[in-house]
Design a protein around this ligand. Structure first.
Ligand SMILES: Nc1ncnc2c1ncn2[C@@H]1O[C@H](COP(=O)(O)OP(=O)(O)OP(=O)(O)O)[C@@H](O)[C@H]1O
Length: 258
């Protein structure tokens, strides 16, 4: 896949919540069209980083530029997909895909449903679909906007293993076809190596490893080169202690863990 121009430039990005510094100076250049996976211990700051890229959080310091412009001016070109599909149960599949669109959106919505293999369920209700199908609808709802940046926050985490493999193939196919930039947060190191051009290990808010995945496509999950890369990433993660949960006193006097 051709990659050249920088899409995202993160410069010394920091984020704290109260006294807790969650991102401690992240600097990255992400070329247009690159597929980046972010892995790391629970609580190391992966979702916070993604939420900053989606414009759902503001950084405490540092900057993110998209195509040379402040990220905030480019936000309409990105879409975020979560582990839960966030479909509206009182709207049909087609209406969910066209949510918020004006004018003659139905044809476009049917076209993206075809791309995700669900054109035949356009008139179904979300409750009539399987978990994998609902995630396909969520993907179609993102794709209808033709995003240049697709942000994926563990979107396959709740799916069974076979559905997950199907979804991985679908995401890879659509990415190759449309050439958007992807930032995927995942707990699954094999999934990261299977899909990404580059895997970043976050360690307590810092980049601990930035590893290019120089494997051809389509990829064989069981090939030795992939297994070696997975091993390298796992070693890096396991060498780090998981972040200590932050215990804060609540107003009621009960202590709770973040
Ligand atoms: N809105 C918030 N207010 C206060 N603290 C927050 C907020 N969002 C995240 N945090 C804290 O920031 C830290 C990093 O959270 P984040 O969700 O980014 O981690 P993560 O690596 O995505 O974890 P996981 O893999 O478990 O989803 C955690 O300690 C979390 O409690």
């Amino acid at each position: 896949m051709p990659q050249g121009e920088s899409h995202l430039l993160l410069n010394n990005l920091r984020k704290h919540f109260g006294g807790q510094e969650v991102l401690k100076g992240i600097s990255l250049a992400i070329p247009a069209g690159q597929f980046v996976a972010i892995v790391g211990h629970s609580g190391c700051g992966k979702s916070t980083l993604l939420r900053l890229l989606a414009g759902l959080e503001h950084s405490s310091a540092g900057s993110v530029r998209a195509y040379g412009e402040p990220l905030a001016t480019q936000q309409q070109q990105s879409r975020l997909m979560f582990q839960d599909d966030r479909l509206l149960p009182w709207k049909t599949v087609l209406e969910n895909v066209g949510l918020g669109l004006q004018g003659d959106w139905q044809e476009q919505a049917r076209a993206v449903l075809t791309e995700v293999g669900l054109a035949h369920r356009a008139d179904a209700w979300p409750s009539q679909l399987s978990g994998g199908q609902r995630q396909r609808v969520a993907l179609a709802r993102a794709l209808i906007h033709r995003p240049r940046l697709l942000l994926l926050d563990e979107p396959l985490g709740a799916l069974d293993a076979l559905t997950r493999l199907d979804m991985q193939k679908l995401i890879e196919r659509l990415w190759l076809q449309h050439q958007f930039t992807v930032v995927l947060v995942t707990h699954d190191v094999a999934e990261a190596v299977q899909l990404a051009d580059r895997v970043i290990v976050l360690e307590q808010g810092r980049v601990g490893l930035d590893l290019p995945i120089l494997l051809g496509r389509p990829r064989e999950a069981s090939c030795t080169a992939a297994a070696t890369l997975e091993q390298r990433i796992l070693q890096q993660i396991l060498a780090q202690q998981a972040p200590e949960p932050v215990i804060r006193p609540s107003h009621s006097g009960v202590r709770w863990a973040l």
